[in-house]
Ligand binder design. Sequence first.
Ligand code: HEM
Length: 410
Amino acid sequence: MSSQNASSLSLVEVMQTRYQESPYPLYHQLREHDPVYWDEAAHSWVLTRYKDVLSALRDPRFTAARFTFDTSGFPAEFQQAIEPPIRALTRQMLFLDPPDHTRLRGLVSKAFTPRVVEAIRPHIQQLVDQLLDTMQTEGQTDLIEHFTYPLPAIVIAELLGVPPEDRERFIIWSGDFGALLEATDISADDAIRGLYGVNEFIQYFRHLIAQRAQTPREDLLQALINAHEGQDKLSEDELLGNCVLLLAAGHGTTTHLIGNGFLALARHPEQFAWLKAHPEQAPLAIMELLRYDGPVQATSRVATADMQIGDKHITAGQNVIMCLGAASHDPEQFYDPDNLHLDRKENHHLAFGQGIHYCLGAPLARLEAEIAFASLARRLSQAKIADEQAVQWFSGIVFRGLGKLPIVLA
Ligand code: HEM
């Protein structure tokens, strides 16, 4: 079959105002029109069918090595300044293939265990209660600013052993790096700011690691420093790169899960009431909220071999975008995909990815969301959206979340 079939529809449209509220009609059009298509604007193949996205994510003929930043046109001084962050970022497991990926994921998993995550359950509940107590003194508030944004940042900062007085800086760096991950539509200015931010983060963590050599502590950072497999340990660049990854991959995404999820519940009061009546079903409800309006809408890989997907021929070296949000709304896989059913069973959504790069932080994200939603259902199920016009989405090809969610507390 022929290779590149130009289509008038483009995934890049998700950034248009009319798709900010919901990109799912666009995904349906793309899937129905041409489920494996060449997107001229994104310069990539785009997959929107569940079965294609799933098999591509499991296919070893794709490489995850897609983090490139061409600095050749920049002044020497700038190139020098950003060399350390680029070196550390290229050692993040998200952008590596086996055997490097296997080794790094193995070492990080030794430190970031389910036991470490479960141990902070009481503390997350305490943080959630504190944030809600502060919010409940006001009539109208912004849920993003006062709850969904600070919660995951404080959790990951505390896990890594960042002192409370440095949290603010930590949150800014997280935003800088989040912009870098949205690489498909990042401006040059944002990329430069992002790299400078990552550089500051790395300097800061170098300092923290040096302190740990004098005074060891019991936290995730110490566990990462100590993690070993025989003689093998994380190098300093690997340690730094993957600390940045844990922060950045875990902050915005969890913020969006709680924000997008709360909005969905506020717009479906009968579902919110169901969750309030069945708080023990929070884990099931979270899986549906992840499927219904997930924080990560797409990821990408590069083909290392020529291959056939559907009726299209992909050539080695071409980029392929796997549209996770479209896959999670594919009617071939999910009944009534555009409606929220918190009690949905057999919910094999792709919001956490699939295959060897399946989200390493999924247990932490699910735990934070479980505590947050059970508490929100108990304490804020009567809250209303203060002003639908003021609900502010930012929706790129990769991330989807809310910038503002004004609510009125009943
Ligand atoms: C709702 C919240 C979250 C969502 C939706 C999410 C989603 C994802 C997705 C889709 C991937 C795979 C990307 C790909 O295959 O290219 C991924 C990977 C990853 N996530 Fe998450 N994530 C979330 C929270 C977290 C948290 C809390 C952490 C850690 C603190 C984390 C750490 C990671 C890491 C380290 C990877 C890379 C795994 C690897 O390459 O082997 N994530 N995440």
